[in-house]
Design a binder for this molecule. Structure first.
Ligand code: IVH
Length: 702
């Protein structure tokens, strides 16, 4: 079965659960219609159950028992019944896996419990040490371990309320993550609702991944479309989860294995049992988990998994070892970053030998010259490798790397493969040291090596390679998001003198007629590009700041700086000390910011972009205007508000200095209760937390 069908669009409506007779009264009171609506309800329920069961058998058990045709027919029938009776459509209907319009931004979700990382071990000695620490923390008590695979994907948290999937989030910085519920709903092995008398309100964590063979196929397709390929399955999964249009997500087969359960309803006892509960609730749990007695058994497990690693259809990078008893986990405790009751056993990075055919030089957007080994292609850890970075010329000398050498290459957890060493015995006679270049391979200008630095730079700001690098950085999705200026097109535009720098992007509209006449470009593609360029002028200051490509300023740093300084004038006149006084900004970043603004070219660049209409100050309507009642207060929203969507209400709270959390705890200050508020309201009452109505919330806004 290859169920790749898209589901119908989301319709509003809710089942009237107050109808005690079980019969729904239609508005016109026609008894015939009442009867058919009742029958429809039964039919819808039956179809939903059957589809849910088919998804479970196909996506979780990998044992489908019906064919594609039968499945498609059921889905069609369900869609048509729901279309006819919109009031009978529920949130957890399989038709709702793909729904709605693309979104602009992912809402931020504060995790109920921080999403920590794991400390690593690389050999048996490390494992023994971990075991000794556990033993001493538990003061001589007996204990057992549970071992699982360490999946190389993206960690997510799923919140279920009243048995229904409410939200799904990325790990983010561990404290807050992005709300990616819409994209996660597309993964058919994730139940949209669970049937259990006991487990209704709980959190499940797991790892979203893409299978090795799907990754290869996606990359082939990307290449055919002339789009950027992904470095590995993990990046593909990460990129997919962050797509703003869930209809694009459907085309990328995401999977998940879940490995953690936390319940609000009952006290859980041990991790092994939790995995069994998750299986009973029909979540996809990887079958290799095992309870083990003693660290020697753990070691045997790790060795066995390392042996079968390559035969698995998905990537793993090790094993996770966890204390089984949850009580003992609490006793062992946590550091600020990771639990002391668990450890990751990381496999050695995979290595292969291959020939370095040539050494080429790459010019980055800041002028750095990076030597790259062009390799005889080899398949390693899930993908074909044909290039490896040599970092800099010190590294080439230290490892004595030459063209024609046979090299050991390695791909660890990192994306970029590297040369570990050269097999000197296999070196061809007459090979020569690779010369340190003196001229830029692209613009031929003289290269410079600043005192004490390992890097060599091309200092010609207008070097076409740097220009192209700056443009590609500027237009990327996370920056100005200009569609239609990919690698090949920018190269042509630079060559034909349409682009000499990023400021020229906003002048392209004056050369529309010439552009249309270019070979391979039509009116439509040029107009789409020009449109996208115009739209980019609406991008907020933080994106513009990131797009400028200041060294060490990533998108998160740009956001922090934009918020703290509010406009480019304040930022450009700040001293290094003032910049590094900002929380989370270190001296290296501060120095880079100050250096950038000191350069006359930067002020010219900013002036030109400003004239083109880009934003160099935060929007006043989205700027924080803290209000007394909101500052540092935590709000939880429950039920349906009449005048605001959840996103709107959350944005208002955040704008006025408050935080929004998805669950009620002692730390909650206010619960805003809308229509049909559920378990969160009960919990708030039991904890004595202030509950406010939509009207009261509105008054606070005044
Ligand atoms: S348990 C406190 N179990 O590894 C962290 N994590 O380095 C508890 N991961 O962010 C996590 N497979 O993304 C756990 N079987 C597994 C895992 C697993 C992969 C990832 C997860 C986490 C990272 C920690």
């Amino acid at each position: 079965m290859t169920k790749k069908k898209k589901s119908g669009d989301k319709k509003s409506g809710r089942i009237n659960t107050d109808d005690s007779t079980g019969l729904f009264l239609s508005e016109n009171g026609n008894p015939e219609e009442n009867k058919s609506e009742y029958a429809a309800k039964e039919e819808i329920e039956k179809l939903k159950e059957k589809i849910k069961d088919a998804d479970y058998k196909y996506y979780v058990l990998a044992q489908p028992d019906i064919d594609d045709y039968e499945y498609d027919m059921m889905m069609k029938e369900l869609e048509s019944l729901e279309k006819k009776y919109p009031a009978l459509q529920t949130e957890d209907s399989p038709t709702q896996r793909v729904s709605g319009e693309p979104i602009n931004i992912f809402r931020t979700i504060t995790h109920k419990y921080p999403m920590l990382s794991l400390s690593n071990s690389y050999n048996f000695e490390d494992l023994l040490e971990f075991d000794r620490r556990v033993e001493s923390a538990l003061g001589g008590e007996e204990y057992e371990y549970v071992c699982e695979l360490k999946f190389d994907g993206i960690a997510v948290s799923l919140i279920y309320e009243n048995g229904k999937l409410k939200t799904g989030a990325t790990r983010g910085d561990g404290i807050t993550g992005d709300d990616i519920t819409k994209n996660l709903k597309i993964i058919k092995s994730i139940p949209l609702s669970v049937k259990s008398a006991v487990h209704k309100n709980f959190e499940v964590r797991g790892e979203v991944f893409i299978k090795k063979e799907d990754f290869e196929r996606i990359n082939e397709e990307q290449e055919l479309r002339g789009e950027k390929t992904f470095a590995n399955p993990r990046n593909t999964a990460a990129g997919t989860l962050k797509l703003k249009d869930s209809r694009e997500v459907v085309l990328r087969p995401l999977n998940i294995f879940v490995y953690s359960l936390r319940s609000d309803d009952i006290r859980l006892k041990c991790h092994f049992e939790n995995l069994k509960i998750l299986e009973e609730l029909k979540f996809p749990v990887n079958k290799y988990y095992k309870k083990l007695n003693g660290i020697n058994e753990v070691k045997e497990y790790c060795d066995r998994i390392e042996e079968i690693r390559d035969t698995l259809p998905y990537e793993i990078d090790g094993v996770v070892v966890k204390i089984d008893s949850l009580r003992q986990q609490e006793t062992a405790g946590y550091t600020s970053k990771s639990p002391k009751w668990a450890i990751a056993y990381k496999f050695k990075a995979k290595q292969k030998t291959t020939r370095i055919n040539r050494i080429t030089l790459q010019v980055g957007r800041t002028g750095t010259i990076t030597p790259v080994a062009e390799l005889e292609p080899v398949f390693l850890a899930g993908s074909t490798i044909s290039r490896a970075t040599l970092h800099n010329f010190d590294e080439i000398r230290r490892k004595d790397i030459r063209e024609g050498d046979i090299a050991v290459i390695e791909k660890g957890g990192d994306v970029i493969p590297k040369v570990v060493e050269i097999i000197k015995e296999k070196r061809e006679a007459g090979s020569r040291e690779f010369p340190i270049p003196e001229l830029c391979p692209v613009c031929n200008s003289k290269l410079e090596r600043p005192e004490g630095e390992a890097n060599i730079y091309c200092i010609n700001y207008f070097c076409p390679a740097q220009v192209q690098g700056r443009i590609l950085h500027f237009v990327q999705r996370d920056a100005m998001d200009i569609r239609g200026l990919g690698e090949n097109i920018t190269e042509i535009f630079i060559e034909k003198d349409f682009l000499k720098d990023i400021t020229d992007i906003y002048r392209l509209k004056n050369r529309r007629e010439e552009l249309i006449k270019l070979e391979r470009f039509g009116k439509k593609s040029i107009d789409n590009l020009l449109n996208s360029i115009e739209q980019s002028k609406q991008k907020p200051f933080e994106k513009v700041l990131y797009a400028l490509g200041i060294r060490h300023i990533g998108d998160r740093t740009a956001k922090i700086l934009a918020k703290s300084f509010a406009d480019i004038y304040r930022l450009s006149s700040a001293s290094a000390e003032e910049v590094s006084n900002v929380h989370e900004i270190g001296p290296k970043i501060a120095e880079s910011v100050v250096k950038f603004f000191k350069d006359r070219k930067s002020s010219e660049l900013i002036e030109k972009l400003q004239k083109s209409g880009l934003k160099f100050q935060v929007d006043t309507d989205t700027a924080k205007e803290e209000k007394e009642g909101f500052r540092n207060k935590t709000f939880v929203l429950t039920g349906t508000l009449e005048k605001y969507t959840r996103t709107q209400a959350s944005e208002l709270i955040e704008k006025y200095g408050g935080r929004v959390s998805s669950s009620v705890s002692k730390k909650t200050d206010f619960v805003i209760a809308g229509e049909e508020a559920g378990s969160k309201l009960d919990k708030a009452k039991s904890l004595g937390i202030k509950i406010i109505s939509e009207n009261e919330f509105e008054k606070m806004l005044l």
